[in-house]
Ligand binder design. Structure first.
Ligand SMILES: NC(=O)c1ccc[n+]([C@@H]2O[C@H](COP(=O)([O-])OP(=O)(O)OC[C@H]3O[C@@H](n4cnc5c(N)ncnc54)[C@H](O)[C@@H]3O)[C@@H](O)[C@H]2O)c1
Length: 320
């Protein structure tokens, strides 16, 4: 039987790097694609195609040439950069996704498309807990593109039988890669400022609660939702997934259990308004029921892992 070929677009980014590594380690056939080369040495020997996902002809030709069976489309403009460069963000997020969906509809060898949505589909009218089918009135370019993307996936599923899979990710935190310009980036960046002489300048207020997730669970969700039989996907759009919710003050207090001298100050900027429009947590009952979603990493473990990765000389055990 021919092997699956996993074609990862945006493979040099925060999520793509860790996902590619995980698939490669588990023996899957992986092809990487991005406009920039892979960041990790461990990925440098894998097939890599430098392409712009907005170029439909190139995307179609490469997917065909590589015999792609599974497309993981992770190239996107994130929330903060999207507000600063709206035309670019809309074009990348929409044209890129439509290219993939159209090619998947034409080439039946592509069995499945994974494309991540985000908590950004929810707007300030929603209240602190976002229900699966809660009201969506996003106020950012990124959020509007994710909401429209969800609907495009549902449309291609209905009219062209494209097997699309999607989750609404919260802020993702991992040891390997820097974040790509989102509103939750502080929760990754801060771990590069653990031992500085100056306090870490946090761009959100200390009481800004947002949903977050360790990269291990983000990859786990992706592997799980892409592995289940198609009839387990009962939701037309993307699934809410929840792991933990915290504000900067809570995260920094947990960091101080490992690094007592860590200091931060709060200098909210334009990203505060974006964060204020997002929910504190997501109701993920549908994902749990339909395909067995269940997170594994809680805040204490997340912080221990990040601190240990970013300060190898330090003892990972917290001061009790
Ligand atoms: N990181 C998070 O916290 C988070 C949260 C929710 C959803 N998501 C979603 O997950 C996906 C991956 O996010 P990420 O954090 O890895 O983003 P990232 O910015 O780290 O990576 C995106 C990658 O896409 C590549 N790219 C940009 N323009 C391209 C183009 N024209 N053609 C090909 N490649 C291009 C970039 O070079 C980069 O390597 C995105 O869809 C994002 O919206 C991420």
């Amino acid at each position: 039987m021919p092997r699956d070929v996993h074609f990862i677009i945006g493979a040099s980014g925060q999520l793509g790097t860790e996902f590619a590594l995980e698939l490669h380690r588990s023996g899957e056939r992986v092809v990487l694609a991005d406009i920039k080369h892979p960041a990790l040495d461990a990925l440098r020997d894998l097939p890599f195609i430098c392409l712009d996902v907005r170029d439909r002809d190139v995307v179609a030709a490469e997917l065909k040439r590589q015999g792609a069976t599974h497309v993981h489309h992770l190239a996107a403009a994130l929330s903060a950069r999207g507000e600063q460069e709206p035309q670019w963000a809309w074009d990348l997020n929409m044209r890129g996704l439509l290219n993939i969906l159209e090619v998947a509809a034409e080439h039946r060898t592509i069995a499945q498309v994974f494309w991540p949505s985000s908590i950004a589909v929810f707007g300030p009218d929603n209240g602190p807990v976002a229900e699966q089918n809660g009201h969506r009135l996003p106020e950012t370019v990124y959020g509007i593109s994710k909401q429209a993307g969800e609907q495009w996936c549902a449309w291609f599923r209905k009219h062209h039988g494209v097997d699309t899979r999607s989750v609404r990710y919260p802020g993702l935190i991992g040891e390997l890669c820097p974040p790509g310009g989102g509103t939750t980036d502080y929760a990754v960046e801060v771990f590069d400022h653990l031992h500085g002489t100056e306090p870490y300048p946090c761009f959100l207020r200390e009481d800004t609660v947002l949903p977050m997730m360790h990269m291990q669970d983000a990859i786990g969700a992706m592997l799980q939702i892409t592995s289940v039989e198609a009839d387990r996907i009962r939701n037309e759009e993307a699934y809410n997934i929840q792991a933990m919710s915290f504000d900067p003050a809570t995260l920094f207090a947990e960091i101080r259990r490992h690094v007592p001298g860590f200091r931060a100050e709060f200098q909210p900027d334009f990203r505060q308004a974006i964060a204020d429009g997002w929910p504190d947590r997501l109701d993920d009952t549908a994902a749990r029921q339909d395909w067995g979603w269940s997170p594994t990493v809680a805040l204490p473990e997340l912080v221990a892992r990040m601190v240990s990765a970013k300060s190898p000389a330090l003892e990972a055990e917290p001061d009790l």
